[in-house]
Write a protein that binds this ligand. Sequence first.
Ligand SMILES: Nc1nc2c(ncn2[C@@H]2O[C@H](COP(=O)(O)OP(=O)(O)OP(=O)(O)O)[C@@H](O)[C@H]2O)c(=O)[nH]1
Ligand SMILES: [Mg+2]
Length: 360
Amino acid sequence: MGCGVVLQTENPNEIGYTPKSALEKEVVICQRCFRVKHYNEIQDVSLTDDDFLKILNGIGQTDGLIVKVVDIFDFNGSWLPGLHRFVGHNNVLLVGNKADLLPKSVKHSKVINWMKKSAKDLGLKPMDVFLMSAHKGQGIKEIAEAIEHYRFGKDVYVVGCTNVGKSTFINAIIKEVSGEKDVITTSQYPGTTLDMIDIPLDNGASLYDTPGIINHHQMAHYVDKRDLKLISPKKEIKPKIYQLNEEQTLYFGGLARLDYISGGRRSFTCYISNEINIHRTKLEKADELYRNQVGELLQPPRKNQLDEFPELVAHEFAIKHAKTDIVFSGLGWVTLNEPGAKIVAHAPKGVGVFIRESLI
Ligand SMILES: Nc1nc2c(ncn2[C@@H]2O[C@H](COP(=O)(O)OP(=O)(O)OP(=O)(O)O)[C@@H](O)[C@H]2O)c(=O)[nH]1
Ligand SMILES: [Mg+2]
């Protein structure tokens, strides 16, 4: 099953290629899936955003249940704008994945309530909302039961942005039902699944894995492939708290920067991958530090990548509400508990930066 494309043995440069000799094996996957699986290396493909959108557009005309998966660590960045175009009149279940990244002290019921409210604000009315860790197999059973309950015998489509964990989720369901492991290819690289993957359900209907939609606002598209593992946390995030005075700056590697302009001494709680170094400096020295140290002290980005790395763009915010998150799409967020601060958040041109009511 791998990535969903039809296998072929003719053209090594096209998707689905597998050498003839591999056809004799018990489980046949394409060369690209083989390399991801065994060497954790991704081969680029020629498919574009439009190709993926075309695959998904068919769903709007069908009659089934939509399971929309979002990455709870990058809720807004992985939201999948324009979902209504694929959904049509179908019912939706909303599932937040990667719950294992949240600090253990966080109550799941609170996060689910936050998700319900955010979904409503974004114009979606799901039948129900869940939190899971597909990776750890947590929450899978409950969601599988809800799917069974809400699908009324129809097909099920698992949709979402690239990298939210759709395929990992379906693998977890397959493992729960049949004991088989890692049937579908998953990887840390966005764009792993290339076509619909049909998992037969018992009554002739199917559960479909779908290719993720690419959201260009996500940080993942701007860092070197080798640094993806740094920005996407693997373990529970340990929040880092900084007491800042006015006119101090935090750098998150060289990927983002937060200037604290005014609002008195206060604390900033950073929910960022543990692998990213946070560097504190004075605001007046911040520009010069970046010029001299980006790619060195401040990395990622890598030094040899600086030519193509977008410049940092400033976004100004006046924090009016208690418990506000400043979010860098795909990198994490910084929480402010008290209102009344002026902030400038810098991120690579193209990466989304916004504020929201605190998740935690
Ligand atoms: N921490 C954590 N990581 C997860 C979880 N589920 C998936 N991942 C990781 O997220 C990355 C993407 O997983 P995939 O299952 O390939 O994501 P996808 O949505 O199918 O991606 P595309 O096929 O590209 O659309 C992989 O590195 C997974 O290991 C989870 O529950 N927790
Ligand atoms: Mg996938």
